[in-house]
Design a protein around this ligand. Sequence first.
Ligand SMILES: O=C(O)C[C@H](O)C(=O)O
Ligand code: SF4
Length: 513
Amino acid sequence: MLQFEQSIYELIVETSTNLPGDVRRAVKRGALAENRDTRAGLALSTITTNIKMAEDQISPICQDTGMPTFIIHTPVGVNQIEMKKGILTAIKRATKEGKLRPNSVDSLTGENSGDNLGAGTPVIHFEQWEEDFIDIRLILKGGGCENKNIQYSLPAELEGLGRAGRDLDGIRKCILHAVYQAQGQGCSAGFIGVGIGGDRTTGYELAKQQLFRSADDVNPVNELRQLEEYIMDNANKLGIGTMGFGGEVTLLGCKVGAANRLPASFFVSVAYNCWAFRRQGVAIDPANGEIKNWLYERGSEVAMDNEPAASVKADAAPQASREVVLQTPITEEQIRSLRVGDVVVIKGEIHTGRDALHKYLMDHDAPVDLNGAVIYHCGPVMLKDEEGWHVKAAGPTTSIREEPYQGDIIKKFGIRAVIGKGGMGQKTLAALKEHGGVYLNAIGGAAQYYAECIKKVNGVDYMEFGIPEAMWHLEVDGFAAIVTMDSHGESLHADVEKSSLEKLAAFKEPVFK
Ligand SMILES: O=C(O)C[C@H](O)C(=O)O
Ligand code: SF4
């Protein structure tokens, strides 16, 4: 098993940097179905560009490299203790080399272990089988889409859809509701795995197992095949679109599995995966630990279109009224002139800040002057060498988590723009109006695309929060994002949520009797 650790390292790098062929095909189908000249169409083409950039640069597709989860089948007699050691070493190496972000955080102290190892991380499931090779599959599912997983206990009363009973039609309603409640926050267009039955734990496990199925397969169980096809034919009618911008393409894949349940329980568990659906697998020779073959089509076998790098440009998008270049610090007057739909291109220094920082700033001073500043909800992948820090991946994180703090922080420090993804709520919208601020939606997961706009790392504060949570001061040029909440009380997110709820209600009548 000499080569085992190296094989796992290769699996991790491939999974993090090269989206598999079946997923690429689904993204390409989505890009074809979406109107190119809309915000959602441009978001999809930015995603396509980003997939290609990650492959070329062998860098993470998205900065959130997720909870590494390995599902392993071994022939009887293979030493699982040795395998586990090899996996941990490979994870450590991939983290050190910037292929994984340090993502393992102590839940009580908030301390980041720095190497992706810690209580419960990575997740490794072993099972024996009677084949003569080792089958290892890895999924890197990020936190933002994980937060959009949802579990229903039937019968239930669902927003827009009414009663969902303990039957196929009730399950249908749960799945449509799951897509609706995710809005753009899990970086739609997404994939869902659904587990029917089991208990609260095994239901979610079953849902996640579905994510290991090929995006192109056909469910062998007739009812489940029909359900999958129905969802694929109808979920896009909700009009949520890529990143929740509104549009034709909301869902790229739906896989459903069923397990037995207890008489008293009826769970429908849904695992939501963003478009950055990173999973791969290898068959390994137990004699020497070498990779015999890859278990999913590799990304390099399905080329993403080689179009010129897409950018969120107003001139190509009729819905976007104009493109405005803003140099930081930004004035109130500049902000008040912006409207939902405008594309803003930022030049100058911006500051990252996410969960730990927002909580901290509520009752502390900021280390730099934030008057007129831009805060970027981002936890980047960073590497340090003799010359200093380098940004390896830097897309936005889900902004709604900062909703309890954001409005107060904007007013306390005089912040003018917040960049993130998925939108924010009423409290932030009110603060944007009162103080004169905007919310800018960047394309979630496009971590290579945005890393390229970051020209220099000017400094960092609060390294004790860990790399993703630290406050990075970044010099950017050409950083484009769309105004989705403005200082006049308008919010694209509120509009899409409202219209998609109305559309959801059209699916109230029974389909599977
Ligand atoms: O943690 C991150 O960087 C992003 C996260 O996966 C998210 O979608 O919010
Ligand atoms: S930022 Fe978006 S693409 Fe990246 S892991 Fe989170 S949900 Fe997925």
